[in-house]
Design a protein around this ligand. Structure first.
Ligand code: ZN
Length: 159
């Protein structure tokens, strides 16, 4: 069976950036998802799966096909006083800020006295993603799965 809308796909993957492993599916576990829902995988990877059968392949995604380009406008300045008193204001710490009512995660990239610089870009923004993917199985989704928009049973929601 080929990967298409309304199929349930089980994959394993290894993600590399500049040759270094940055993410992978848990050892010995399959990642199940309802194809075409777009919540689980970067859009470019989902596109690359369409029409494939069980087997393995490699694909390189440009930032635009993956998480998106790095946006320098998402780097912003704050003051130490903007943080809660007991907060750990250190490089690498992540905080949530409200941007027009929407919570946005931002990571501290520098601390210089009272001046704090944060970056709200996604971790993999601007990166070229190298995926090694194994398609373990492809099956037709049940009517109930399609209606719910998620996988039931193995690797899915039990309810
Ligand atoms: Zn359900």
């Amino acid at each position: 069976m080929k990967v298409a809308p309304n199929t349930v796909v089980a994959i394993g993957y290894v993600l590399r950036v500049e040759g270094e492993v940055v993410d992978s599916s848990p050892e010995g576990e399959k990642v199940f998802f309802l194809f075409g829902e777009g919540h689980v995988l970067p859009p470019g990877l989902e596109d690359a799966l369409a029409g494939r059968e069980a087997g393995s392949f490699r694909i390189t995604l440009s930032p635009e096909e993956a998480v998106g380009a790095y946006d320098p406008d998402k780097v912003f300045a704050a003051k130490r006083a903007d943080f809660p008193e007991d907060a750990k204001v250190e490089v690498g710490e992540e905080f949530y800020f409200e941007d027009e009512g929407v919570p946005v995660a931002a990571k501290i990239i520098s601390v210089d006295g009272d001046d704090v610089t944060l970056d709200a870009n996604a971790e993999l923004a601007g990166k070229v993603l190298e995926y090694e993917v194994v398609i373990h199985e492809v099956r037709a989704a049940t009517d109930e799965e399609i209606e719910h928009g998620h996988v039931h049973g193995e690797g899915g929601v039990h309810h």
